[in-house]
Ligand binder design. Structure first.
Ligand SMILES: [Zn+2]
Length: 311
């Protein structure tokens, strides 16, 4: 293997830990509240901003009050003029962008992590907009330390200019998805996995800021290729559920002919087309988005060694 050049990055001096972007994904809500109670404002020399991002949705116990906050960080929403009739989440997105960004600027927080739950059986997943050596090194560190618990990386395949999620506001960022957990519910195993992932992220930052070099290596990333909707009748009603053989089998390679749906009249619908990996299988919040699951391709990336830029 060809030796890769050392890549250097500015120190990670500011971090934002965000939860409650979806008000009914309770792990992040309580991780954030606990950090606020313990007045976590600094870890080593890194300042930490702990933010409950959608308090109205949290109070309502719903994903959002008027509109999905995690779709409000596009340039269009962030620059739209606010009026009396502006949607709460658009208003909130602009406040958060002022506090933690502005997106794409030098003033933006160095690293933004946003805590989410999924109802799918996905273990711990780090979601990225783009391939970024610094955050992929954090991913590799977490994965190694958490083994044998499943930790995976997903590249959502949206260019940063079109990025619509909160983590895009930071200079670096990712969402942490942990599941399975029903909306409005807390599970200790999921809470512990989320807490551990946040703590390991902070540990990595401390090692990085103290001048450690993180060696070259390989990581696997699942890149979203497409989304699959449920089978529907002419009126748009769904006519099938996820097949029992696919349910809870996120990331297991789907081959042509594998069962994916079971119709209400008992017929099996099989997977057609390319062999790909399913994830977010039967995610509760995706019913309204007409997504039964995503399909992705597994790619191996060669990570260059990274260290802190010294000046
Ligand atoms: Zn979420």
């Amino acid at each position: 293997m060809q030796k890769m050049e050392l890549e250097s990055f500015s120190p990670v001096s500011t971090v934002a830990v965000c939860g409650g972007t979806h008000g009914n994904e309770l792990t992040g809500v309580y991780v954030v509240r606990e950090m606020q109670k313990q007045k976590v404002e600094k870890v080593g020399l890194t300042s930490v901003d702990v933010v409950l991002t959608n308090p109205r949705a949290v109070a309502l116990g719903r994903r959002y009050a008027e509109m999905d906050l995690n779709r409000c960080f596009s340039d269009a929403h962030l620059s739209s003029p606010l009026t009396e009739s502006s949607v709460y989440e658009v208003r909130r997105a602009q406040e958060l962008n002022a506090q933690l960004g502005p997106k794409g600027s030098e003033a933006a927080v160095d690293l933004l992590i946003d805590l989410h739950n999924t109802t799918a059986n996905m273990g711990v997943c780090l979601l990225f907009y783009s391939i970024d050596w610094l955050t992929l090194h954090i991913y590799r560190y977490i994965k190694n330390k958490m083994s044998p618990l499943p930790v995976r990386a997903i590249d959502v395949g949206v260019p940063i200019s079109d990025a619509y999620s909160l983590e895009a506001v930071g200079k670096h960022g990712f969402a942490i998805e942990v599941g399975p957990q029903p909306n409005g519910v807390l599970r200790a195993d999921i809470f512990n996995m989320m807490k551990k992932t946040v703590d390991l992220t902070m540990d990595w930052i401390q090692e990085f800021n103290s001048g450690c070099t993180f060696e070259a290596g390989e990581v696997e990333v699942f890149t979203v290729v497409k989304s699959v909707d449920y089978p529907r009748d002419q009126t748009g009603e769904i006519t099938a559920t996820i097949h029992p053989e696919l349910q809870d089998n996120d990331f297991k390679l789907l081959r042509r002919g594998d069962p994916v749906f079971l119709s209400f009249t008992g017929e099996t619908v099989e997977h057609e087309g390319d062999e790909l990996h399913p994830f977010f299988v039967n995610e509760c919040a995706y019913y309204e988005k007409k997504i039964a699951f995503h399909l992705g391709q597994k790619t191996t990336f060669q990570l260059p060694p990274v260290c802190m830029k010294k000046n």
